[in-house]
Design a protein around this ligand. Structure first.
Ligand code: CTP
Ligand code: MG
Length: 226
């Protein structure tokens, strides 16, 4: 079955506070989105890349990746899940959807391979994730430590997240209709009673969110490109 990559890239990057959406900030010679797309477009097992864009986007068409034959663009929506759903409309029947944040340019080929290979162990789908390393605290109303959260079995959810496209579409639609807060694909699947697999991913697959993350992404990308 075909694997289609879906890239939500319709956010405005409010926490970054830059003069344009963060996916268009330059890191190591090209924009964050261009790095992300390169990783997916050049993967031999990914047949198509669908990128969801903001209605005001006037930068995407200037990327060299915009004319790649594997690439299709769609109009995103108000929430990340709406953008993913818009892209899922174009996923072929029986395909797998590999959903990856535009804002994670440091994804490695080996992590993509690892997630794709996990379909043998997790036919219901899986996500890249990282075991929590630090001691976790839950704050009280006063900004003090209320309690220590047991770290056992606690993971950070990353992307890509890999599911059967039609099933993901159904679960996202149902979860949104039920008013569930859907911050990643897995949460919609969980809500529908499915338990996605956890595949241990690399710590440098960061989501560029705050200005501080730009330097980190540059460092990780520099290492990957040299
Ligand atoms: N995204 C999207 N459609 C939305 C909101 C977000 O496609 N309506 C995308 C973003 O472009 C990003 C990914 O989802 O690649 C993860 O979202 P996030 O890191 O929150 O990005 P932004 O929403 O752009 O940032 P912020 O929340 O700081 O505004
Ligand atoms: Mg956001």
């Amino acid at each position: 079955h075909a694997v289609v990559a879906i890239v939500p890239a319709a956010g405005i990057g409010s926490r970054m506070g830059a003069d344009r959406p963060k996916q268009y900030l330059e890191v190591c010679g090209q924009s964050i989105l261009a790095h992300t797309l390169d990783r997916l477009l050049f993967h031999s097992q990914i047949s198509q890349v669908i990128v969801a864009l903001h209605s005001d986007d006037n930068i995407f068409d200037s990327l060299p990746q915009a004319v790649h034959p594997k690439l299709t663009k769609v109009l995103g929506g108000g929430e990340r899940a709406d953008s993913v759903l818009a892209a899922l409309q174009l996923a072929p029947q029986n395909s797998w959807a590999l959903v990856h944040d535009a804002a994670r340019p440091c994804l490695t080929v080996s992590d993509i391979d690892k997630l794709l290979a996990s379909r043998v162990q997790f036919p219901q789908g899986a996500i890249l994730a990282m075991p929590v390393r630090d001691t976790m605290k839950r704050a009280n109303q006063q900004g003090e430590i209320g309690s220590t959260v047991c770290r056992d079995n606690l993971w950070h959810a990353l992307t890509p997240q890999l599911f059967k496209a039609q099933q993901l579409k159904g679960c996202l639609n149902a979860a949104i209709a039920a008013g569930v807060v859907v911050t990643d694909e897995a949460s919609a699947m969980e809500w529908a009673g499915i338990s996605p697999g956890l595949v241990s991913g690399r710590a440098d697959n960061i989501k560029v969110t705050h200005p501080d993350d730009l330097g980190l992404a540059e460092l990780f990308l520099m290492r990957a490109l040299t």
